[in-house]
Design a protein around this ligand. Structure first.
Ligand SMILES: Cc1cc2nc3c(=O)[nH]c(=O)nc-3n(C[C@H](O)[C@H](O)[C@H](O)COP(=O)(O)OP(=O)(O)OC[C@H]3O[C@@H](n4cnc5c(N)ncnc54)[C@H](O)[C@@H]3O)c2cc1C
Length: 489
């Protein structure tokens, strides 16, 4: 298992609210399926959603056996309700569910002598041969020894997470730079549904760019939103008020801040019983920034949170390139459609992860190709683009993030998208390699995926889920019940 920094740095470890599964007797996979399809705004792959909701409960039980400790109530697992779920079905470990899952799984891996975890190993590209499009492993940059290393493998699984870092303000850590998507794209895989980016509505408004999330579960427990004039506003936007879909709440917040000429709105959780005990991580993180959530309102504004699209896969995680699989946020299994239902992504990781392992076993007897057979010319790849003097990768990253935030964010229109396309293209031609190789590889990947997001957002002349066009504000089912996919040619 290769990770580009430490095994701790990931979206998974930051997940707060929980993991959804129909484990209660009054719930059912069918109800979970209905809610997921409703959130996905007409673009979910029903077969994939069916797999998710039917296999989810069993995978969650295995997770508990593997050591993930979820909160209990009266001797059974405690289930929370989140926005757009018709039943309470969110298993949680206070407000640090992701870390409970991550640490349990990492401990299992560390106890297994057959698994080796290598930190500071950065996936650069997929290894293939010119004559047959198959994956034979990966070209990796070992940052500790400042050298490129080749890993040959019969089955390679990309689980490299999302693309939140493409945006100036995000809940994602610095490692979420879409590397797996870009590498798979260069290797000939399809990138699908990338115009759909979820902006989480309630993210702590601070001067930081990686911002702290205030979980949806807070609104599930009764948290209320007010504009800076002290007016509760969500009833003006949706009958479900604070529990409306994330995209609706995010746009409502943008609209209110514009109306009141402010940079944020307030989230009130002072009235939530035992708020400190129920949300200890949120309590501590806000306190560190001088806000006591038991007594004070919290300033919030949306930030980029989740990438619905990614490397297109079938329900076995197969990418179409034999030997290469993708899983988790980097993949597009189709379960999220145009908008992810809260707490479905942790579930997606464990459900499709298991299916990949089952499938990959089939090909473990595949021929392992010797190094000398791997004659792909990496120097022709984008990541090896020679560049004399230009802009430093770190500078390009900042400009890209600013451009994406300003032009490809919560509200989009053609002039802004065209402007973004032009800037990204210019940045792509200006970036220099510099001394920080990792920063260079990352920014090339970010630019590669940014181009796809922008082009898809330009083409989709309607509004749906995580893609809102102010120049095409309606959902257009006649023309747009379809996916936009890109292949590198
Ligand atoms: C703040 C926050 C809260 C969330 N809350 C919830 C929630 O309550 N419920 C829910 O279901 N979902 C939640 N999500 C979403 C969910 O956490 C993620 O979608 C999910 O954990 C993604 O898992 P993953 O394994 O695909 O990616 P990650 O957990 O992000 O793991 C990706 C790994 O790949 C490594 N990597 C990346 N690029 C490379 C490379 N080039 N070479 C080598 N390694 C690389 C990274 O270092 C990292 O270790 C939340 C996300 C965030 C950010």
């Amino acid at each position: 298992m290769l990770v580009k920094k430490t095994i701790k740095e990931s979206n998974t470890g930051l997940a707060q609210g929980g993991i959804a599964a129909a484990v209660h007797e009054e719930d059912s996979p069918f109800l979970h399926l209905e809610d997921t399809l409703e959130a996905g705004a007409g673009l979910c792959n029903i077969e994939a959603v069916d797999v998710l909701v039917r296999e989810g409960p069993e995978r969650v039980r295995e997770l508990i056996s593997a050591g993930a400790r979820f909160d209990m109530k009266n001797g059974t697992v405690s289930l929370a309700r989140e926005g757009a779920h018709s039943r309470p079905r969110i298993l949680h470990a206070a407000d640090a569910t992701g870390e409970a899952i991550r640490s349990a799984l990492v401990e299992k891996c560390e106890q297994n002598p057959d698994i080796q975890i290598l930190s500071d190993h950065f996936l650069i590209d997929i290894l293939g041969r010119e004559q047959d499009p198959e994956c034979y492993g990966a070209l990796v940059y070992d940052a500790r020894h400042d050298q490129k290393v080749v890993f040959t493998a019969r089955a390679t699984i990309l689980a490299t997470g999302g693309a939140g870092q493409l945006y100036k303000y995000t809940t994602n850590p610095s490692v979420a730079t879409a590397d797996g998507m870009a590498a798979a794209f260069r290797a000939g895989c399809r990138l699908t549904d990338l115009e759909f980016i979820q902006f989480h509505p309630t993210v702590l408004f601070t001067s930081e760019t990686q911002r702290f999330l205030i979980s949806e579960a807070v609104r599930g427990e009764g948290g209320r939103l007010y504009n800076t004039k002290g007016e509760a506003f969500m009833a003006n936007y949706h009958p479900l008020k604070e529990l409306a879909p994330r995209d609706v709440v995010s746009r409502a917040i943008v609209s209110e801040t514009r109306r009141t000429n402010s940079e944020y709105v307030w989230l009130d959780m002072t009235h939530i019983p035992n708020v400190k005990e129920r949300f200890p991580t949120i309590y501590l993180n806000c306190l560190q920034r001088g806000i006591n959530i038991t007594r004070e309102l919290v300033p919030v504004f949306p930030a980029a949170h989740y990438t619905m699209g990614g490397i297109e896969t079938n329900t076995y995680g197969e990418t179409g390139l034999p030997g290469l699989y993708a899983c988790g946020e980097t993949a597009c299994t189709g379960v999220h459609g145009a908008n992810r239902l809260a707490s479905n992504s942790l579930l997606e990781g464990i459900v499709f992860g298991q299916r990949i392992v089952d499938k990959a076993e089939e090909i473990l007897y595949r021929r392992r190709v010797s190094l000398s057979e791997l004659c792909r010319h990496f120097e022709q790849s984008e990541v090896f683009k020679p560049q004399a003097k230009g802009l430093a990768p770190q500078e390009v990253r900042l400009q890209l993030q600013e451009t994406m935030w300003e032009n490809v964010g919560i509200l989009r229109d053609e002039p802004h998208l065209r402007k973004a396309a032009q800037v990204v293209s210019e940045l792509y031609n200006q970036v220099e390699r510099g001394d920080d190789v990792l920063a260079y590889y990352e920014v090339i990947n970010m630019l590669t995926v940014a181009r796809v997001i922008i082009q898809a957002a330009l083409w989709r002349t309607e509004s749906r889920g995580g893609h809102f066009r102010t120049d095409y504000p309606q959902r257009d089912d006649l023309r747009w019940i379809r996916h936009i996919s890109f292949v590198n040619c």
